[in-house]
Design a binder for this molecule. Sequence first.
Ligand code: FBP
Length: 238
Amino acid sequence: MKGVYLAYDHGMEHGPTDFNDRNVSPAYILDIAKRAEVDAIILLKGIARKYYVKDTGIPLILKLNQKTRLYDGEPIATQVCSVKEAIDMGASAVGYTVYLGSRYEHIMLREFGRIEEDAHKYGLPIVMWSYARGKSIKDDEAPEIIAYAARAAMEMGADVVKVKYPSDDSNLGWVVKSADTTKVFLAGGKALDDQNLESRAKKAIDAGFSGLAVGRNIFQSEDPVARIKVLKEIVGSV
Ligand code: FBP
């Protein structure tokens, strides 16, 4: 479960504004994943069904819920794919975003709970994107909020939790401790230069994070394969 995961669910989450002529193509992303030997690729079902080939040996994490950014109310992402369908597409794990603190968190928590039961029944790990967001959240990057997000994922039965980097990184170890045995992965966010990305990755790994699940910082880079390889060295998944 240690590693660098390549996330590519942005086309629906943000719209194609994150893409250029090259990385708008799922085939380009799958090729990067293969050449760089990423530890997993994260896709929605539409792309997985058309482009994912299990024989390449890259594990698939199928994201089961999603939203667009066209609606500007309190955040909610609902289920769009079942665990069974994910398994039929060759998934090794499933993923689900919960916006903790949203007015609709109860809907996502309930849905996550059902999916977690299903996934574990079939022997599949489940990854929670645990993001505090909505009107009640004053600072979604405050260290105590990130630790809370990690803890909530553990208590909900997630095997892996993906969290944002906190605005104050002096106690990243507390995030890991709060998650107990749930593996903590770092989300990427907007594009950072090499130095910043590597420094964040090193600090997180030193504090006990198990890896990174990164999108834009890879596919928007000039040399995505090289970038993944550097991150894999830092994580220790080479
Ligand atoms: P990035 O590394 O590009 O931030 O991707 C990670 C991710 O969690 C994606 O899976 C998701 O689409 C995106 O971030 C959501 O970003 P945000 O919540 O900031 O809109």
